[in-house]
Structure formats: C-alpha cells, structure tokens
Write a protein that binds this ligand. Structure first.
Ligand SMILES: [Zn+2]
Length: 307
C-alpha cells in the first residue's frame, strides 16, 4: 500500500547543543524556572507573584501570603509539584532522559535508557521514563478540517492485525486474546489524539469521536467497519472499503492515522518488548506528544513546561 510521506521532523537539540545549554545543575534550574514561570516566580499554592528569595538556599522561595498557623510563610523549591520533586537524580540526568525520549522517533526503552545513562537500576530508569510520559500528556483541542479515525490492536500474538483481517471482529475484536484496542483520530497536517479503549463497540467509538472531533469538520474518513456507522448522523462521514482493496478515493483515505499506527507499532514491537496493558496509556501519550510536536522547534521546552 502506498503510504503518504510523513512531514519531515524539525531539527531537535543535538548532543553538543544540549551540552552547551545545560552545562550544570544551575543552568537546568534556570531553564526550568523560565518554563514554569515565564512571567516570574509565583507561589504554586496561591499564585502570589510577590514571593521572596530565600537567601539561605538557592532555588527556594517563600510566600508570606501562605502562612499557616502564624508561620513565616510557605517555602518552596524550584522542583515542587514537578515530576522532578523528591528525586535523587540530578536535573541534568532527567533532561538527558527527556531529550533521548523525544529525539528518537520510535522511543527508547527503559533498558536502553538505563544502559546509555549508566544507571545502576532498571527500576530507576523505568520510573523516570514513566514520570516523563505523564508530563507529556496533553489536552488537545477538538480536531477540524479533514480527519481520519481508525482503531488498532497492540499486544498479544496477532499484534499487528486489524479487525478486518481477523475475520470480522464483531465488535469485540481482539478482546480476550490479550490485545489492547486503541482508537486514534488525526487531523491531516494537524494533531493526533489516541486513547486506549475497553472495546471497539459502536457506542465506544462514537463517544470518542464526539469528544475529540469538531462538528464543523469538513470530512471524516474511516474504513468500512460497521462500528463507525453511527457517525453518519453527526458528521460528513465517508468510508473506504479495505476489504475490497480500496485505500484512497480522492480525499477519502485513512493513511495518515495508519502512518501514526505504523510508528507506534514499530516502537511497541521493536523497543518496548514487554509493554504492559496497564501502562499503555502512557506509551500512547508519549507517541502522541512526539507526533503532535513534530513541527515544534521547541519540543524540548514544551516537554519541560509539562513536567
Ligand atoms: Zn502562597
């Protein structure tokens, strides 16, 4: 099948640029401060912008508006309420891990991170990666323009099979055989939203589309899976019949979302050998973030802002 070319990813930080930007912990903290509080440091509890530097400790502030029980105020550090709080790893290590995760199209496994970073423990690498993934979760505005919706299954034995190659699916496609269904919607040249779902029944698919796709969309493309039939009522819905060998009819195709699945599955199969269903939403968030920021020259800074 012909696959449309994915947009070329923009330049990301090179190793030497990373070294120059983050020579030490202070540089990392300064960068974090700029991302967290672009308009100046505010109290994370009450939003008060008139906080005082704590002279005794670097990267700590005090809010006198938050003074429970006659205390002198609430003291907080640069790391409070971030994924870096209570960490025993330098911020520079975290930044390196984030940079590695963002710069590789298919992602990096915790094992690769552990080896590359020289961490003594797999658990440490694994926890760091998962914390980073939670920071990459984003709310996406409802999609417009021409959108494509498709579902896929990962895990289990028939991991790359689509419902129509499994002899029907009948609305439960793959459930019970250990495969995790994921639905995705993409706006061509725009964002993708993907989510782990419990089943591929019509009501589940329709609810997801209503939540993520604007009703002012110009065209909504799916394959001929009957689970999408309800969308005819709300959307300009067009289908492509893969079972009959159709893949593209003019503007009607699902190749953009299939391109996303392709990257995701190559990551899942090639990199994350033991991807637990429980953590699947985190991996989905990671791939979604990379895809949606493929044209963002400040992808690293965007990630840090979410931390
Ligand atoms: Zn406060």
């Amino acid at each position: 099948m012909a696959r449309r070319k994915q947009p070329k990813p923009v330049h990301q930080l090179t190793a030497s640029e990373f070294e120059a930007m983050f020579p030490n912990e202070d540089a990392c903290k300064m960068y974090l401060q700029g991302r967290r509080w672009p308009n100046g440091v505010c109290c994370p509890r009450c939003g008060n912008p008139a906080v005082y530097d704590l002279p005794s400790r670097n990267w700590h502030w005090q809010c006198t508006q938050c003074a429970p029980g006659g205390s002198t105020g609430y003291r907080f550090s640069i790391l409070v309420d971030t994924i870096f709080e209570n960490t025993n790893k330098p911020l520079r290590d975290w930044y390196r891990v984030i940079h590695l995760m963002l710069a590789s199209k298919k992602g990096m496994s915790a094992l690769q991170i552990m080896r590359y970073m020289g961490f003594g423990s797999y658990k440490t690498a694994w926890l760091m990666c998962h914390k980073v993934r939670t920071a990459l979760m984003q709310d996406i505005d409802k999609l417009g323009g021409i959108v494509e919706v498709d579902e896929t299954f990962v895990g289990g034995l028939a991991k790359n099979r689509h419902w129509d190659k499994r002899g029907g699916g009948g609305g439960t496609g793959g459930i019970g055989s250990g495969k995790t269904p994921i639905i995705g919607v993409v706006s061509r040249k725009g964002n993708v939203v993907a989510r782990v779902i419990a089943n591929v029944r019509s009501d589940t698919l329709t609810a997801f589309v209503r939540e993520t796709v604007s009703h002012r969309v110009s065209l909504l493309c799916t394959d001929q899976y009957p689970g999408y039939n309800q969308l005819d009522m709300d959307y300009p819905h067009a289908t492509i019949d893969h079972a009959r060998g159709q893949y593209v009819i003019g503007a009607i195709h699902t190749q953009t979302i299939e391109g996303f699945w392709s990257i995701f599955k190559r990551g899942v199969v090639g990199t994350f050998h033991k991807m637990n269903r429980k953590y699947m939403p985190l991996y989905v968030a990671e791939f979604q973030f990379r895809y949606n920021n493929r044209g963002n020259a400040d992808i690293f800074g965007t990630a840090i802002r979410g931390c």
